[in-house]
Write a protein that binds this ligand. Structure first.
Ligand code: NAP
Ligand code: F7E
Length: 346
């Protein structure tokens, strides 16, 4: 019998990689897609199968984690072996603008799924993965951060995810559901959303290189992040779900770089000669002809910042035999190559 997985958030970066990964592992994958007036399935179009096809490996359903009825009826109908809750309003900055929606989708979304598992008496069948985040550490209490580090979230996004984290543990302890939290640090890829800083930097600098754009505007260049590769991180999610006993795991590389250092790597990859001038909001970067190619703008600063994140994934290494393989330069190169190829095809 094939295992059945249900992915909430299948159209996102991680959802797409996870669906591909599970299909390769011979799962039957069900995915939940939000109805949208424009197409939102570009990341999974290559694995999409028409509904009239028999024995499909991938089946899509409309639904939304803010809508209990759709969550509950899908879980009742599909009776999955594994549920991955990747659905979220995942942009930290946007969460300050839509805090209530973020709380409902990112916080209560997890509860709605867990409650459906319990209500339909699937506690002994259905395993649950919650997409937790390093943003829960926020104003960090220790460096590096591990599974024991206390949370201090700094955004409505982080706060909502802390709720989801604890409700997952609560349902694990109260109802013995196999439920685990992945506490994932930033992870990127060529299919990363365009408004996250890595993809924004790479798309803009590639366009600047080819004379299609003049300047890239950014916010806080001093923030430090621990960046890994999304494809490797979805494997860690799956590994957590195969354990005998459910637990929570930090997934990270253990290396951190500032946003400015990330920019440097991209400029080097694109063979720019460049020089930085100024400080904080007045920081600018110039190319060899004296053109200002990067400037800061206060609109891209957040009401509160998470200054530094650095993960300690020794537990994942020990218990899951999981370790990241790609480093920051590999990630930058892969994303730059993808972007340049896209530009040359446009
Ligand atoms: P993403 O690209 O923004 O994808 C989010 C997914 O959630 C999309 O499929 C989105 O659908 C869906 N979604 C949003 N609101 C929904 C709702 N109300 N109901 C159902 N689906 C909804 O995010 P990602 O980078 O793949 O991240 C996956 C998960 O991991 C998220 O929960 C994120 O918060 C968490 N996380 C990400 C990182 C990271 O660095 N990438 C790190 C830690 C944790 P649409 O395509 O229609 O928008
Ligand atoms: O920002 C700074 C910004 O939006 C990274 C999500 O996947 O990872 C992600 O959240 C840093 C921040 O990611 C710009 O202030 C400077 O310090 O790429 P980001 P994030 O906020 O770390 C975590 C783990 C998640 O869980 C989230 O879902 O870069 N920054 N200038 C900027 N950030 C953006 N977006 N745009 C700028 O212009």
């Amino acid at each position: 019998m094939k295992k059945i997985a249900l992915i909430f958030g299948i159209t996102g970066q991680d959802g797409a990689y996870l669906a591909e990964f599970l299909i390769k592992k011979k799962y039957k994958v069900h995915g939940v897609v939000r109805r949208s007036s424009s197409f939102n399935t570009s990341r999974i179009d290559h694995i999409y199968e028409e509904p009239y096809k028999k024995n499909r490996k991938l089946i899509l359903h409309y639904g939304d984690v803010t809508d209990s009825m759709s969550v509950s009826s899908l879980i009742k109908k599909i009776k999955p072996d594994e549920i991955y809750n990747l659905a979220a309003q995942s942009h930290v900055s946007v969460s300050f603008e839509v805090p209530e929606y973020t709380a409902s989708a990112d916080g209560l979304g997890a509860l709605r799924i867990l409650e459906a598992i319990r209500f339909h008496r699937l506690e002994n069948k259905t395993r649950f993965y919650q997409a937790g985040t390093s943003e829960m550490f926020g104003r960090v209490k220790e460096i590096p951060q591990n599974e024991e580090t206390p949370f201090y979230p700094r955004s409505p996004y982080g706060v909502a995810k802390v709720y989801a984290h604890w409700i997952t543990i609560n349902y694990r302890e109260a109802y013995k559901i196999f439920a685990c939290n992945g506490i994932l640090f930033n992870h990127e890829s060529p299919i990363r959303g365009g408004t996250f800083v890595t993809k924004k930097i790479i798309s803009a600098l590639c366009r600047i290189k080819y004379g299609l754009q003049k300047t890239l505007y950014l916010g806080n260049l001093d923030a430090k992040r621990d960046w890994g590769h999304a494809e490797e991180y979805v494997e860690a999610m799956w590994k957590m779900m195969q354990k005998k006993i459910p637990s929570d795991y930090v997934i990270s590389t253990g290396k951190q770089y500032s946003v400015r250092e990330f920019v440097d790597y991209v400029l080097e990859e694109l063979n720019f000669s460049f020089s930085w001038k100024g400080k904080k909001l007045n920081t600018k970067c110039f190319d060899e002809r004296g053109n200002c190619i990067i400037a800061c703008n206060k609109n891209y600063y957040r009401p509160l910042e998470v200054d530094t994140l650095l993960g300690d994934s020794r537990k994942a290494y020990r218990e899951l035999n999981w370790k990241p393989k790609k480093n920051i330069k590999d990630i930058v190169k892969e994303m730059v190559d993808y972007e340049l190829k896209k530009l040359s095809n446009d």
